[in-house]
Design a protein around this ligand. Structure first.
Ligand code: 4AD
Ligand code: MG
Length: 474
């Protein structure tokens, strides 16, 4: 359908051509001499209006109730100019085949259904306008991500999902546990939803074949090893956080894009983050016009103008110290009090991006070292580190990045200060021992980017199968 309707003439150039459409029935209107079927194949937001008279081959399948909302069909017909005002062309059907009928219990009937309700129907929600559009824009953002980095000479590196290191040092990791290795019974028997071993017990002591292992919270440390060999690299993969938070911007499993730049400092890092965000935003504005119009009308009024601004304007930059001063000066009352050294809460981030700087991305840099991770490069003041967060309206923190500590002695001292086990970082320290270079990188939460680009309020609607506390059904 996108192929027909996506052209400059919205299909008029195809009038007279015979085509086949395969998709799912959105609505059906049976009149005495003619039947209208709106069919969607997911290639775009638009349906193809199929018009069928009683002579069409297979019409009996419509009569006998095989073609209803939700059913899958195959139709062949001629593209004709539409009489209606909603579309330029429609399909005059000469043959229809009911491929898979739809039970009357189909939960997504025509009436509008809430996104909360649809979260309980994660297997069927991609058949709605909203979730179809989110899936296509998410896909376009992923494509644009690879395109941006590839065009700029970055090498894509796969970082492991199972790891022993805790990059962020926040202890928010999921443990990996092995059921008795090689035992068929171990994986095949499930009692009350819990896998059982031969003895009817789960052997939690197994870890990862006898060694402690976790699901990665970030691929950064691995990316650093490749950046200090291949220069600019990036990762793009799933990451996991065991934070028991039920907010509209946290997931237990989310995708992260993590570029790492060699021979680079914090300014290079911020410039890369800005160019990247502007590139992908421009890409969806140019390539997802129909879906973006939909979001502009139904999800967030004005999102197209807002994103067009983002694609062109310079982003505001300020230091953490200046941000704190700004928050202390405003008359606005916050739930969490602000003082130098505190972590910025989402109410503070929202004030900064949405009110102080008029709905624009803001980069805050040079955070106190005590609220940031061990690997960030210490600034000359001894109090702050070369860190940067990019905050965007509505979503808050979209990007977290930093220049990395490339000086061996500083890094060792920092690990000691934080009582982290130096031995377990032997390989990371080696990078500083053999040909160390100034380097910097950032992590961008892909679902937060989807939220930012579509206006979808809840992060659970920005990923096909959201993983949040208590939800891993399918
Ligand atoms: O700020 P974070 O924790 O930074 C890192 O993990 C660094 N190692 C990245 C790097 O420098 N290579 O996470 C980076 C981003 C956040 O800004 C946010 O967009 C996203 O990841 N993020 C989450 N997204 C969804 N759900 C969660 N629970 C998230 N936690 C972080
Ligand atoms: Mg962060």
């Amino acid at each position: 359908i996108a192929d027909i309707k996506g052209g400059p003439d919205e299909g008029l150039d195809r009038v007279g051509k015979t085509i086949v459409v395969m998709g799912w029935v959105r609505t059906l209107r049976v009149q005495s001499s003619v039947t209208f079927i709106e069919v969607n194949d997911g290639s775009c937001l638009s349906n193809m209006q199929c018009v069928m008279d009683l002579e069409a081959e297979g019409y009996d399948q419509v009569e006998s109730g095989l073609v209803t909302t939700g059913a899958s069909i195959w139709v062949r017909g001629t593209v004709v100019k539409s009489q209606g005002s909603k579309q330029k062309v429609e399909l005059k059907v000469n043959k229809i085949v009911a491929v898979g009928k739809s039970d009357p219990s189909y939960p997504i009937q025509k009436k509008r259904v809430s996104r909360e309700f649809l979260r309980t129907k994660a297997h069927l929600r991609p058949r709605t306008n909203t979730f179809g559009a989110v899936a296509r824009v998410r896909n376009a953002l992923a494509y644009a991500t690879h395109k941006f980095f590839q065009e700029n000479g970055f090498v894509w590196v796969s970082s492991p999902i199972i790891t022993a290191s805790d990059c962020e040092g926040a202890g928010e990791q999921f443990c990996v546990t092995t059921l008795i290795p090689g035992s068929q019974e171990a994986t095949n028997s499930v009692v009350d939803g819990v896998p059982k071993t031969k003895d009817g017990l789960i052997d939690w002591s197994q870890d990862f074949f006898g060694k402690p292992a976790f699901l990665t919270v970030s691929g950064q440390l691995n990316a650093e090893t490749y950046a200090t060999a291949l220069s600019d690299v990036y990762t793009f993969g799933p990451t996991f956080r065991a934070e028991n938070s039920n907010t509209s911007r946290h997931l237990a499993e989310f995708w992260m894009i993590e570029p790492e730049l060699a021979f680079a400092d914090l300014n290079d890092d911020m410039a890369c983050a800005t160019a990247y965000l502007q590139y992908v935003v421009r890409h969806v504005l140019e390539n997802c016009k129909e879906d973006m119009e939909f979001f502009n009308t139904w999800i967030e009024k004005g999102i197209i103008d807002r994103l067009s601004d983002v694609a062109e304007k310079d982003f505001v930059q300020l230091t953490y110290t200046d941000a704190v001063e700004l928050l202390l000066k405003t008359k606005k009352k916050f739930e969490f009090p602000v003082e130098w050294g505190c972590d910025l809460q989402s109410e503070h981030e929202r004030y900064i991006t949405e009110e102080a700087f008029g709905d624009c991305p803001v980069i805050i840099r040079d955070y106190p070292k005590d609220i940031k991770a061990f690997y960030m490069r210490q600034n000359d003041d001894g109090k702050t580190v070369a860190a940067m967060d990019m905050l965007v309206p509505r979503v808050g923190e979209l990007i977290g990045g930093s220049q990395r500590e490339e000086r061996l002695e500083y890094l060792e001292d920092r690990l000691d200060d934080l009582k982290l086990n130096k031995e377990s970082f032997w390989w990371y320290l080696d990078l500083r021992r053999y040909g160390s270079v100034p380097h910097a990188g950032f992590g961008l939460g892909f679902e937060r980017l989807v939220q930012f680009a579509t206006g979808i309020e809840n992060i659970r609607d920005a990923i096909p199968f959201p993983r949040v506390p208590g939800s891993a059904e399918f």
